[in-house]
Write a protein of this length. Structure first.
Length: 292
């Protein structure tokens, strides 16, 4: 199997690190997640977290930061190099091509000091990121497309001024806006909107649009300062969406309508739909074929 063609699709990108917030308890997937971290549930023959790391690698990312919480240590174990020792006992397909891919990425873990939501999870990565731009991938948002969505976003980001952020968006039914961060602004072309307003989980009757954020972000280092000054919002959690409001006012935020089919594997129905789909569409195979 050929190696991933790093940077093939984002030559000018300065983004080398991706943060995976993984501290959540997966309550929407109970009882499956009583003991098993939701990101270790299989979708299409591999744990969800592995697909997220593969997306990062095939987008040219060189370092992945797992943000863990209590009971989530197995996620770090999954990427432990010691597990390669199992090679002699495992069926050949279990390691096929993957060792080579893992050698291209450094996977490190940090602990989220509290359970105060996505914003707090991203802030926990600041000590290892500093003020460089970085990506965020929510592992339960699985997206199928020949070009990984993060790679699509890094292409767009490479053409922007360094302080700008990019969020992946899709149109959702108005009845569903209360499940998402929702943004409104002016569309510059078919794919990109200059964001002027952001609301986390708005009531459908007051949502400023039906343009919903899905789990891919490219953020400037200035987001950490914004997060540190963001008070708890919806559900008493520090919301990344609320901190992003500061970017719309300062350097600016772009909403990017990505190409691909997205599955919300954070609910039982969504996880089942993703499992059915990815049983026939293996992301590793897809991206290796497309990008090599
Ligand atoms: C998070 C974000 C939300 C975003 C969603 C995408 O919400 O807070 O803005 O639209 O992910 O999946 P969560 O699903 O963690 O409640």
């Amino acid at each position: 199997m050929k190696p991933p063609a790093q940077r093939e699709h984002n030559h000018a990108s300065s983004v080398t690190t991706a943060v995976l917030p993984l501290a959540g308890r997966g309550t929407r997937l109970l009882p499956l997640t009583r003991a098993v971290p939701k990101e270790l549930l299989p979708v299409g023959g591999r744990p969800m977290v592995e697909s997220a790391v593969l997306e990062a690698v095939f987008s040219g990312i060189q370092r992945v930061v797992l943000v863990l919480g209590p009971g989530k240590g197995a996620l770090a174990d999954h990427f432990s190099p010691e597990l390669a020792d199992l090679r002699s006992q495992a069926p050949p397909h279990a390691f096929d091509g993957l060792d080579h891919i893992w050698s291209k990425v450094e996977v490190i873990s940090v602990m989220q000091p509290d359970s105060r939501g996505l914003g707090s999870a991203v802030l926990a990565a600041q000590p290892v990121i500093g003020d460089a731009p970085f990506a965020v991938i929510l592992a339960d948002d699985l997206i199928d497309h020949p070009q990984p969505v993060l790679a699509q976003m890094l292409e767009v980001h490479a053409g922007l001024s360094p302080g700008k952020g990019v969020v992946a968006v899709m149109n959702v039914p108005r009845a569903d806006t209360a499940r998402y961060g929702v943004c409104a602004g002016s569309w510059q072309n078919q794919q990109c909107m200059r964001v002027r307003k952001l609301v986390e989980k708005p009531n459908p009757s007051t949502a400023p649009s039906t343009t919903a954020i899905v789990g891919r972000y490219v953020l400037p280092g200035s987001i950490f300062d914004a997060l540190a000054h963001t008070r708890p919002g919806v559900d008493g959690e520090v919301q990344l969406t609320d901190a992003l409001c500061n970017l719309t006012e300062a350097d600016g935020l772009l909403a990017f309508r990505f190409a691909g089919r997205r599955f919300d594997a954070g609910t039982v129905a969504g996880w089942q739909a993703a499992s059915t789909h990815f049983a026939h569409h293996d992301l590793l195979q897809r991206w290796t074929t497309q990008l090599s």
